[in-house]
Write a protein of this length. Structure first.
Length: 82
């Protein structure tokens, strides 16, 4: 969903203004493991042999678990078990 209905905003109808809640964004770094293996991020711009942890951006309208599953799928193409 996109547009005003998808935004975490409050409409002030008399003044026809949109006000956004004051939020502090949260970024959580995660390490996904299975057995003795770990998932890591890699960019084409990285130097050879350089990898990174995964960053999960928390959206104010989603639960932490939803954001974690979405970001891991987007960054490394791995579907996490619940």
């Amino acid at each position: 969903m996109t547009g005003p209905a998808a935004e975490a905003a409050m409409d002030a109808h008399p003044a026809d203004l949109r006000q956004y809640p004051k939020l502090s964004p949260c970024i959580k770094f995660v390490l996904i493991t299975r057995g003795g293996r770990s998932a890591a991020g890699r960019s084409a711009a990285f130097s050879a042999g350089f990898f990174s942890t995964l960053a999960v951006f928390i959206e104010p309208v989603n639960r932490l678990e939803e954001c974690l599953h979405r970001e891991v799928m987007e960054e490394v193409g791995v579907r996490l078990d619940h």
